[in-house]
Design a protein around this ligand. Structure first.
Ligand SMILES: [Zn+2]
Ligand SMILES: [Zn+2]
Length: 286
């Protein structure tokens, strides 16, 4: 297999949208606004088009142990989550402290996060947050977030987690997240990515809660964020460089369970998206 390719994309040489030769794919773990579409989305490099990739059946499974490990980096004990609230909007917003609490609760949940030990994933911690008061552009791509993270690490705005943690990037209202030509709320809810493969920095991106399509349990914005954040945190930890960790075809562990979505909460009250367990051949329940 070429480096940077997964079994689903290794044979794709030419972009079906523009005909240009594909050098590589950027793999992004995406929660779609249409439930069936949550998976590892493939963006062709250098042209940037999204290519639809068949999820091939997983060989050798008999209704059990669907998830397979592809050899990439996984989350270890003690790794940290650092929350970045981008834009002046966040200064003094109660949502900042609420989301920080949610991040800590999700990571500390023995049942929800601790259960991932079956995948050789450890328990990390919430390690802090900051409000970055520079204004994001009206549309912010995953490429730009990678560039900004590098800049913020260099100038000391955020700690350098190296490969031992990840950043959750929260966007203010009115800012659209972009993946290629795909826009948040229209096509996707949130995603996780890495700026530079196995080397990171690793990050999730949570756009300001969408009005519809991203919260199947309540109409509250905080619940929209907790559902998205829980899924992206689990999928980042189990598949830090998307497609190289634990996958089920082109799906990550929560994508699989999103197909038959059930509203679940952890013991501290937050709504979380379920992940697939190889150990029980079922989706997580409280
Ligand atoms: Zn691929
Ligand atoms: Zn193309």
């Amino acid at each position: 297999m070429h480096p940077g390719r997964c079994p689903q994309c290794e044979d794709i040489e030419v972009c079906p949208h523009c005909g240009s030769k594909i050098r590589n794919f950027r793999h992004v773990g995406v929660r779609s606004t249409g439930i069936a579409g949550s998976s590892i989305w493939h963006y062709s490099e250098p042209c940037g088009h999204r290519i639809s990739v068949e999820s091939r059946p997983v060989a050798g499974t008999l209704g059990r142990a669907l998830a397979v490990y592809n050899g990439g980096p996984l989350w270890n004990n003690g790794y940290g989550w650092f929350n970045i609230f981008w834009g002046k909007f966040w200064d003094g917003q109660p949502l900042v402290e609420q989301v920080n609490r949610v991040t800590a609760d999700i990571e500390a949940s023995v049942s929800y996060s601790g259960g991932l030990s079956q995948y050789n994933v450890g328990i990390g911690k919430f390690s802090g947050s900051t409000v970055v008061t520079s204004s994001p552009s009206h549309k912010v791509s995953n490429i730009e977030i990678g560039t900004e993270l590098a800049k913020w690490i260099r100038d000391g705005t955020i700690p350098n987690l190296g490969t031992r943690g990840a950043y959750n990037v929260f966007l203010p209202p009115g800012i659209t997240a972009l993946l290629g030509n795909d826009s948040s709320c229209a096509v996707f809810c949130d995603y996780h990515d890495t700026a530079n493969g196995d080397n990171g920095p690793f990050f999730t991106c949570e756009p300001y809660p969408c009005n519809s399509g991203c919260n199947q349990c309540t109409s509250l914005s905080l619940d929209t964020l907790t559902q998205g954040l829980s899924e992206e945190m689990v999928e980042l930890k189990t598949d830090m460089n998307p497609g190289t960790g634990w996958t089920i075809g082109t799906m990550e562990l929560c994508d699989y369970c999103d197909q038959n979505f059930v509203c679940n909460r952890i013991s501290t009250g937050e709504y979380v998206n379920a992940w697939y367990s190889n150990a029980t051949d079922s989706c997580w329940k409280p």
